[in-house]
Design a binder for this molecule. Sequence first.
Ligand code: G
Ligand code: MN
Length: 380
Amino acid sequence: MKRVLLVDDDPIVNCAHEEILQQAGFATLAVTDGEQALSALACEDVDVIVSDIQMPVMSGLSFLKAVRSVDMDVPVVLVTAEPELSGAMDAVQYGAFRYLVKPIKGNELKETIEQALRVRMLSKLQRETLSPPRGDEPTLPPLSELHMKFQAALRQLYIAYQPIVKYADRSIFSYEALVRTKEESLRNPVLLFDAAKKLGKTIEIGRRIRQLVATTAHAHPDVKFFVNVNPTELEDDELSADSGHLTPYSDRVVLEITERNDLSSVSALPQRLRMLRSKGFGIAIDDLGAGYSSLSSFIDLEPDYVKVDMSLVRDVHVSPKKRALISGIRRVCVEELDVTVICEGVENESERQVLSDEGIDLMQGYLFARPGDPFPEANF
Ligand code: G
Ligand code: MN
């Protein structure tokens, strides 16, 4: 039986939630403050935590941080009586699975917990399936040359486009814009962005990329684009400004935000995404399942798409665990959250076949086309 830990300073609320959950077949454990909850966690197995945000002894957010320092996976559902409270907005940044507004309907609580359990199972499967990142990244040019090399890279910046295909009807759904430079020492985009960060030029390079994509979007009014944005670039108001490079094309631009980096450093992330959405942009979570990133934090970002990282796609035809993981991601995303799934990095027909069998139709990868400039055709 799955165990839910309930944390609320109001015993009446705890009682009501216990009743709902026990009827739904869960075991429950109720405490009235964060400190008691932490002691309980130290000696009991708990599958999901439901915690109030406003509590006198220890706030829900401090409690959530403390939980995360001992357990990266256990899903925490935060509950608030005040939906506008900015703390609630920050909940997702500390890795809350979801936050719910009081009073919570019985079904809502039950379904949220069932969903949290499924995502928890996926996170566990992910940990067991993927080997840890290797850390053999290429290195930056020496600092003395970095500025010059970076300026050269900026001058020689261009965009390569890779099709995202809709396999069922053998059509091109969209193109992902991938930044490239002809400057040899910074050809690797990861290095290029590391250099930008070191030199304080992240905002500048982001704008330059969007300017290049905007020129192409202007020339090709029928094409949809997926554009990568670094989490730090989300803090650039140019992105959503009416005068922003991509704003005129927002209804056919999806912004990809990578799950690979730590999204908790971006201030007011949910509000920023909401703003971008209100301007017409689509939102995609990129690299889902890469490395050890958490599978549960993306849900409150309410993306339109998730892009499953190629580390899960690679050899999916011979790895039952990867297949189960992709299948689970698809179920949660498509059936429960109305989020469209795209699989990246499809390299061969065997991988493609398994993904099709799993009901995934949007794919991207060398099997169909390498990134190119101008738009490459796709091979089917
Ligand atoms: O992080 P993001 O998904 O935006 O990065 C995509 C990167 O993966 C690009 O640099 C692109 O060139 C590369 N890529 C695209 N398709 C494939 C593929 O099928 N296999 C491999 N190994 N890399 C790919
Ligand atoms: Mn991407």
